[in-house]
Design a protein around this ligand. Structure first.
Ligand SMILES: Nc1nc2c(ncn2[C@@H]2O[C@H](COP(=O)(O)OP(=O)(O)OP(=O)(O)O)[C@@H](O)[C@H]2O)c(=O)[nH]1
Ligand SMILES: [Mg+2]
Length: 315
């Protein structure tokens, strides 16, 4: 390893927020040296628990993350937060909110919050997020929380990489359990009904229960339902307990190792897909690709043979 890289890693490991920020940017933007950095950091990873939190826009995810961060800080755990914004990272109200909240923790180096741009994310959103979590893990954080809006496949893929997934629902707002994306409901290890100060929390709870009675998880865990009022700090201790219970269950049933292997299998496939694509793309210039496309459009050549030839050439 080069001396500057070693110094950088030493600083990052000692808790220097600037070294950490630079490492995250390098990985996020795929700046030169990003993969060497991740390779060098990998031996230091595997200690943090990764908590994924997802839910509809405005459900109170950031407020909840903020409260949980405070809770864990009281228990002397260091926290890293990655807020993945699916739309505009710079003008969104959510990010402004995150900034304001960040100042609460500003004097506390035990909390590191990072908002991630997703537009033009080079390595694929789920992969980049996982890589950023890897950097936070290597920096020695005990707990990493990843906040995403639960709207699309990307978000499902992100939270799937978490050790523990919390799905946040709210009463009313027309987002009945039925209308929430099925994929999101299935990945919940814990349900939170936030904004329980609003009318309709009981109804959401009944709907979750009804849905749960129809399906049994392969690990036979029944996701608990925790009601919170995040803006008031109500139910946070209960949520932390539900998280601890699930962790204990994973440990007792030896499921954590299985989950980790399964997650790595998914990550490896994605990494392979990226690497193979890059290799194949190295074979064809954009101009060539346009020429192939024209040939296919004119039915001069079939696309299947073209792809086979490119793949064969990429060895
Ligand atoms: N009444 C009530 N308001 C809440 C509660 N939790 C959060 N809020 C408010 O709901 C609004 C949205 O909260 P956020 O934490 O930014 O929600 P979010 O899910 O992170 O939003 P996005 O990141 O934009 O999707 C804020 O004004 C919060 O103060 C709650 O339990 N009850
Ligand atoms: Mg938010």
């Amino acid at each position: 390893m080069s001396a500057p890289l070693q110094t950088w890693i030493d600083r990052l490991r000692s808790g220097d927020p600037r070294a950490l920020a630079r490492a995250i940017s390098t990985v996020e933007n795929r700046t030169r040296g990003w993969s060497d950095l991740l390779k060098a950091l990998f031996p230091y990873t595997g200690h943090a628990r990764v908590l994924g939190l997802t839910g509809a826009p405005g459900a109170g995810k950031s407020t909840l993350v903020d409260q949980l961060a405070k809770h864990y800080r009281k228990h002397d755990q260091t926290v890293g937060v990655v807020a993945v914004d699916p739309t505009s990272p710079y003008t969104g109200g959510a990010i402004l909110g995150d900034r304001i909240r960040m100042q609460d923790h500003f004097s506390d180096p035990g909390i590191y919050i990072r908002s991630m741009a997703t537009r033009g994310s080079l390595g694929g959103l789920a992969r980049t997020t996982a890589d950023v979590a890897t950097v936070l893990d290597a920096s020695g954080r005990d707990l990493i929380m990843i906040e995403t809006v639960g709207v699309g496949q990307d978000e499902v893929d992100i939270v799937r990489l978490a050790d523990i997934t919390v799905v946040i629902l709210v009463p009313g707002m027309g987002d009945d359990v039925q209308t929430i994306k099925a994929g999101i409901m299935e990945i919940a290890d814990i349900f939170v009904i936030n904004k329980s100060d609003h009318e309709g929390a009981e109804r959401v709870e009944r709907e979750i229960r009804a849905m749960q009675s129809l399906s049994i998880r392969s690990d036979s865990w029944t996701p608990p339902i925790v009601k919170t009022v995040a803006s008031e700090g109500v139910g946070i201790a209960e949520l932390a307990k539900a998280i601890a219970d699930f962790e204990a269950y994973l440990k007792k049933e030896n499921l954590l190792a299985q989950r980790t292997i399964h997650n790595w299998q998914e990550r490896l496939i994605e990494m392979l897909r990226d690497a193979m694509l890059e290799k194949a793309r190295g074979q064809v210039s954009d101009g060539n690709l346009a020429a192939y496309a024209a040939e296919v459009a004119e039915h001069k050549r079939d696309p299947y043979t073209i792809v086979e030839e490119i793949v064969a050439g990429a060895k």
